[in-house]
Design a protein around this ligand. Structure first.
Ligand code: UD1
Length: 432
């Protein structure tokens, strides 16, 4: 399956953003920590979330899909504390089952995480946190084992700002005796969402959203009814798509505060960004876009998950931009693909140097990972002519109804299962 795209049309109209994938992954894992019914609403229908739900169901927990975006979870029927490779190799966030199961049952065995190959992605900080809570950890046959006779509160300083370890250790600490303090904690909106979710189940977590999180252990959690926050990165991707195609798009169902850094950068580049209570409008039509300097940083800095998409915007902006990737060391794999579309990008170490070109040309492209894949789709929509984007399973891991949403904005994009279907699409699009 591939995306077929006839580019060159500015995107116009409105789009509504789904629930945040990365928040949903954390709080769905956390939901098994209660033995009562937990309703989770606004979950995105994307393959990473669906894979995690399958993995959770495999432990024996009750997982009932009430509707496309709502699920009922209940951890009282869990019989297995093992999450195997079948699920985890397809994504990264399976590691959240370590914190959730360790906290509740003092034992977990979870396959080493997979996910996008954007860097080495170690889990040493997760293990360090679990050990500080009193757990023994080991890695055997690609499985991570964590076990404890009891968990006790502890002071933990993370050596690096890590979303995954912050959420994972926070979950385990919910059932630890006494107080745990996480310092140098990640401040991402999804960390706050998972903390709010756990608190709605009776946990006692304070300070999420700052770099010091305090958790006072409790003995059990109760059921809840909770709605996941909107996806900051999906929203940012559509904002970048509006900018790159010189369009005008209202991105609805967002928390503008979470998008502040992206909005500011787009303004600096020359777009108009209007903020409303729960939407943002990006206007780039008939505007000369200019270069900018981007440096990815933990929240509230510029998100690494938006780095490839903003690079596409800069690829046709006047002047020379730099994009400095400080979080993951292997996140420029899309640059060769873009250069085949006529961009002028070179990479030196962890910095991409982008000299804007007046236009992009369609090309045959391969998505190297989730966000870079989305960036290539944006580039193809902005480019003159036809493009094909292969390896789209990466993209479907994190974007709900990506094609349909882009089509509603006037994007000429389709899904093709065969060359014949691709030919038909391009014929219809008036190209061939
Ligand atoms: C999460 C997001 C991912 C996003 C990333 C950074 C999920 C499922 N994924 O990934 O989309 O790109 O945050 O915002 O939420 N590190 C260590 N040791 C560890 C853990 C991390 O050195 O034990 C390093 C990583 O190599 C990286 C940095 O810390 O350089 C940040 O990683 P982290 O925030 O943990 O990313 P993930 O949770 O994997």
């Amino acid at each position: 399956m591939e995306f077929v795209i006839k580019g060159g049309k500015p995107l116009h109209g409105e789009t509504a953003i789904a629930g945040a994938k990365n928040a949903a992954l954390g709080l769905l894992a956390a939901s098994i920590m209660a033995d009562e019914d937990v309703f989770v609403r606004n979950i995105p229908d994307v393959s990473d979330v669906n894979t995690l739900l399958e993995a959770i169901a495999d432990t024996g927990a009750r997982v009932k899909r009430i509707s496309r975006h709502e699920v009922l979870m209940n951890g009282s029927s869990i019989r297995s504390f093992i999450v195997n490779n079948r699920y985890i190799r397809r994504m990264r966030a399976g590691y959240y089952m370590l914190g959730a199961l360790l906290g509740k049952y003092h034992y977990a065995e979870v396959a080493l995480p997979g996910g996008c190959t954007i860097g080495s992605r170690p889990i040493d900080q997760h293990l360090k946190g679990f050990e500080a809570l009193g757990a023994k950890t080991s890695i055997r046959n690609s499985m991570v084992l964590v076990e404890a006779s009891e968990l006790h509160g502890s002071n933990i300083y993370f050596d690096t700002v890590t979303v995954g370890a912050t959420i994972n250790v926070m979950m385990a600490a919910v059932f630890a005796k006494g107080r745990t303090v996480l310092e140098n904690a990640a401040r991402e909106p999804h960390v706050v969402d998972v903390a709010n979710f756990l608190n709605s189940m009776g946990a006692r977590i304070k300070g999420a959203g700052t770099d010091v999180i305090r958790i006072d252990g409790v003995q059990k959690l109760h059921g809840t009814d909770y709605s996941v926050i909107p996806d900051q990165i999906e929203a940012g991707t559509f904002m970048a798509a509006a900018a790159a195609t010189r369009g005008n798009v209202l991105v609805k169902n967002v928390i503008p505060k979470h998008l502040e850094c992206i909005s500011q950068k787009l303004r600096e580049i020359g777009c108009e960004v209007q903020e409303y209570d729960d939407s943002v409008r990006v206007i780039a039509e008939n505007r000369p876009l200019r270069s900018a300097k981007i440096k990815t940083l933990p929240y509230p800095g510029f998100p690494t998950d938006m780095q490839p998409q903003i690079a596409v915007v800069l690829a046709t902006a006047r002047g020379t931009s730099t994009v400095n990737e400080t979080i993951f060391e292997n996140r420029f794999k899309y640059v060769d693909e873009l250069n085949r579309m006529g961009t002028n990008i070179s990479v030196e170490g962890n910095i991409a140097i982008i000299t804007g070109v007046p236009e992009l040309k369609g090309a045959q492209l391969v998505a190297p990972d989730l966000r870079a894949g989305a960036a290539l789709v944006i580039a193809a929509l902005a480019a003159d002519g036809e493009s094909v984007v292969e390896e789209i399973n990466y993209i479907l891991r994190g974007y709900e109804d990506f094609v349909e949403k882009l089509q509603l904005l006037g994007g000429s994009i389709g899904l093709a299962e065969s060359e014949e279907e691709a030919r038909k699409f391009f014929l219809k699009a008036g190209i061939v």
